[in-house]
Design a protein around this ligand. Structure first.
Ligand code: ADP
Ligand code: ZN
Length: 618
C-alpha cells in the first residue's frame, strides 16, 4: 500500500514506536542522526556497544534515550569533571532525572545525590573514574539497580590514544561487575589501533561496533591567504556579527595582542591561554559559554571540555600543528548541527617560524613526527582538492562525493590557474644567476627593477630582466611561495637564504610539466555563496529570541544553549509558531521544554507578529 508514492510504513514511522515517541516527546527531535538508532536499539536489547562518532554526532542521546526506557539508573563514567555540570543541566532541561558525583560537590550535595540514587530516583548518574575505584562506592552500587554503564571519552583507556588516563584502566572490570548490564563505550577519536585496544581492555561481549563517518556536513571549510591578519580577522568577524567563535593563535603573546586589537575595535573578545591566572581563564571561558562575549582568542589550551553547541565559527590565524589538531579544533564549531564556518589563514611566511620551533625539539622521533604533521597541514592548505575529502582521507575514510558543496574549493570560490609561463620566468632568472640569490632579488630581476644591487651585478643585462613587469611585486612573491610549496624550488638555510632548483623545475622549464595554482576569486563572489548557504529565517526575530534565551539562562544559572539550541531558535524564527502544538514541531522542543519555556517564547513571537503583520513564516 502506498500514499503519494511513499510506502505507508514510512509515513507511520515512529507513530507507535516507543523509541520514536520518546525521541519526540523528551528530546523534541523527529529523526535520529546517523547511527543513533542502531546504538539505542542495541542497548535496549542489552547488547554492549562501542561507538566512534564525531563531535556533534549526538552521542549523549544514544545513552540518554535508552536510560529513560530501561529500569534503573544509567551510570556514565566521564573524565571531564568540568563538563559534568553542563551535561547534567542539559539532561535536566529535557526533564531527565540526572545528577553527578565528583570532587567538586560539597558533602551535603553528595549525600543528596546518594540518597536519590539509593531511592531509585535517578535516570542518569555521571561519575568521575577516580570515584569508581573507591571500594565504598562500589559497595553502594551493588545496592542499586544499574540499567546500563556508559564510558564516555573511551579513548582515555588506551595508552595509544592522545589522552591516556591511568584511572580509566580500572574500568576494565565493569563488565564482570555488572553481569547482564549492557556497557556502551563512546569516543570521538579512535584510530583502528586505539579502537582495538579499547575493545581488548574493556572485554566487551560481542559488542555492536559503530564507526560513524568523521564528516561534519554542517562545517564549511576555507583557507585564505594570510596577508594582513588583523584586517582579515576584523572583516571575518564583521561578516558574522554577534556570532560566537574561537580564534586560535599559536603564542600567548599573539593571543593577547589579537584579543586587545579586537576589543579596541569594539568586538566582545577575551583571551585564553595557559599564562593567565586560573581565575581569569575560568572567567573568560565562562563568559564565552554564557554568550556574554562573542569571541575567545585562544591557544590550543582552550577547547577540551567545551560543550557549547552554538559556536558558529573557528578561525585559525596561525598554522595548526597537525591535521588531527585542525580537525579537533574546527570540530568545536557547530555541534548543534547548524551551519558553521572554519577558516584557516595561511601564509607560506609562517612556515619558517614553525620549522624553527620544530627544529629545536630535542627528541628525534618527536621532531620527525612534527615535521611530517606540518607537511600534511601545508599540503592541506595549498592543494586544490576538496578540503573535506583531504580531512576524511587523513582518517582513512574515502569521501564518496565528487563535490562536497561546502568548502572553498568545491564552491569554486577559488579557481585553478595555469602559471607555467610565469613560473618559467622565475626559474630562468634563478638559473641565469646561478642559484646564488634570494627571493627578493629574483623578483627584482623579473619585474625589471634597476636598484643598486641589480646594477652592481649587471642583472639588468639579463634576458629575463623585466619580462614580468606587467605584474606587481606581490604577485611574484606569492608565486615564489607557491613554487616553494609545490617543491619546484628550494631555499637554502642560513641568514641569506638563496633559491635553487629542484628536479620538478627542469620539467617545467622544458614544458614537460605545467604549474597549476589555486587562486582566490573575487571576494564579492565568496560572500554571495556564503549568503546562499543559510536557510531563510527572520533575523530580527532571531535576535529577540536570543535575548530572551539569555535572560532565562541567566535566571536559571545555565548556559543559553541548554535552554534552546541555535537550531531551535532559527526554526522558531522561520516557522513563527503561534500555538503549543506548533511549538512542538520546532526541532529540540520536547514536552518539558515546552512547559518550562514555551509560553515565554510564544508570547514573544505573538508580540512580534502583531508588531510586524507583514512577516510570514518562511
Ligand atoms: P557529541 O557528544 O557527540 O559531541 P552531543 O550529544 O553533545 O554530541 O549532541 C550535539 C548536539 O546535537 C546537541 O545540541 C543535541 O541536542 C543535538 N542532537 C542530538 N541528536 C539529535 C537529533 N537526532 N536531531 C537533532 N539534533 C540532535
Ligand atoms: Zn569540498
Amino acid at each position: 500500500m502506498s500514499t503519494n508514492g511513499l510506502p505507508l510504513r514510512s509515513l507511520l514511522k515512529g507513530v507507535d514506536d516507543p523509541i520514536f515517541a520518546t525521541l519526540r516527546s523528551v528530546f523534541g527531535f523527529r529523526e535520529f542522526r546517523p547511527n543513533q538508532e542502531r546504538v539505542v536499539r542495541a542497548i535496549l536489547d542489552k547488547r554492549d556497544v562501542f561507538a566512534v562518532m564525531p563531535t556533534g554526532g549526538g552521542k549523549s542521546l544514544c545513552y540518554q534515550l535508552p536510560a529513560l526506557m530501561l529500569q534503573g539508573t544509567c551510570m556514565v563514567i566521564s573524565p571531564l569533571i568540568a563538563l559534568m555540570k553542563d551535561q547534567v543541566d542539559g539532561a535536566r532541561s529535557n526533564g531527565i532525572r540526572a545528577a553527578f558525583l565528583n570532587s567538586s560537590l560539597s558533602s551535603d550535595d553528595r549525600d543528596e545525590v546518594m540518597q536519590k540514587l539509593l531511592s531509585n530516583s535517578l535516570d542518569l548518574l555521571y561519575v568521575a573514574p577516580e570515584r569508581f575505584i573507591l571500594d565504598h562506592f562500589r559497595q553502594m552500587l551493588s545496592r542499586v539497580q544499574i540499567s546500563m554503564a556508559v564510558i564516555d571519552e573511551a579513548h582515555c583507556i588506551s595508552e595509544w590514544g592522545h589522552d591516556f588516563r591511568p584511572d580509566y584502566l580500572s574500568l576494565s572490570d565493569l563488565v564482570t561487575m555488572f553481569p547482564g548490564v549492557p556497557v556502551a563505550a563512546f569516543t570521538a577519536t579512535a584510530t583502528h589501533r586505539v579502537q582495538q585496544d579499547i575493545l581488548d581492555k574493556l572485554a566487551l561481549r560481542d559488542p555492536l561496533i559503530v564507526r560513524a563517518s568523521f564528516d561534519r556536513p554542517n562545517l564549511f571549510y576555507e583557507v585564505c591567504f594570510k596577508e594582513n591578519s588583523d584586517a582579515q580577522l576584523v572583516s571575518l568577524l564583521k561578516s558574522q556579527p554577534g556570532k560566537a567563535g574561537i580564534i586560535y593563535r599559536t603564542s600567548r603573546k599573539s593571543v593577547n595582542d589579537t584579543a586587545a586589537m579586537l576589543k579596541a575595535k569594539g568586538f566582545r573578545a577575551v583571551p585564553y591561554h595557559a599564562g593567565l591566572s586560573d581565575l581569569d581563564r575560568k572567567r573568560n571561558q565562562e563568559a564565552f559559554i554564557r554568550d556574554e562575549v562573542d569571541v575567545i582568542v585562544a591557544t590550543i589550551a582552550f577547547g577540551m571540555g567545551i560543550d557549547k553547541s552554538n559556536i558558529r565559527f573557528v578561525i585559525h590565524a596561525d598554522l595548526p600543528k597537525s591535521i588531527e589538531n585542525y580537525y579537533q579544533e574546527t570540530g568545536r564549531a557547530g555541534r548543534d548541527g547548524e551551519a558553521a564556518h572554519c577558516t584557516l589563514l595561511f601564509a607560506q611566511g609562517d612556515i619558517p617560524k614553525v620549522r624553527f620551533f620544530i627544529d629545536s625539539m630535542l627528541d628525534d622521533a618527536e621532531r620527525a613526527r612534527s615535521l611530517a604533521a606540518l607537511s600534511k597541514v601545508i599540503s592541506f592548505a595549498s592543494t586544490s582538492v576538496c578540503r573535506r575529502r583531504t580531512l576524511l582521507e587523513y582518517f582513512g575514510e574515502s569521501y564518496p562525493h565528487e563535490n562536497c558543496c561546502s568548502c572553498d574549493i568545491c564552491l569554486g570560490t577559488r579557481e585553478v590557474v595555469d602559471c607555467t609561463r610565469e613560473a618559467q620566468m622565475l626559474l630562468s632568472a634563478i638559473v641565469r644567476t646561478e642559484e646564488r640569490f634570494g627571493a627578493t632579488h629574483i623578483v627584482d630581476i623579473v619585474i625589471g627593477s634597476s636598484n643598486k644591487r641589480i646594477r652592481d651585478f649587471r642583472h639588468d643585462q639579463l634576458r629575463t630582466w623585466g619580462v614580468g613587469k606587467d605584474r606587481d611585486k606581490k604577485y611574484w612573491r606569492q608565486l615564489v611561495d607557491e613554487l616553494l610549496a609545490q617543491k619546484v624550488i628550494g631555499k637554502s638555510e642560513g641568514l641569506y637564504p638563496t633559491l635553487f632548483l629542484l628536479p620538478k623545475a627542469a620539467s617545467i622549464l622544458k614544458n614537460e610539466e605545467s604549474l597549476q595554482i589555486v587562486q582566490l576569486l573575487e571576494k564579492k563572489k565568496i560572500e554571495k555563496v556564503r549568503g546562499e548557504l543559510l536557510a531563510p529565517y527572520d533575523h530580527d526575530l532571531f535576535e529577540l529570541l536570543r535575548t530572551l534565551r539569555k535572560k532565562i539562562a541567566d535566571e536559571q544559572g545555565i548556559p543559553p544553549y541548554v535552554v534552546f539550541s541555535d537550531r531551535s531558535l532559527r526554526d522558531m524564527a522561520a516557522l513563527l509558531p503561534r500555538s503549543a502544538e506548533a511549538m512542538l514541531s520546532v526541532s529540540g522542543v520536547g514536552e518539558v521544554k515546552l512547559e518550562r519555556y514555551g509560553h515565554q517564547f510564544l508570547r514573544l513571537i505573538d508580540r512580534f507578529c502583531s508588531d510586524h503583520p507583514d512577516r510570514e513564516s518562511l
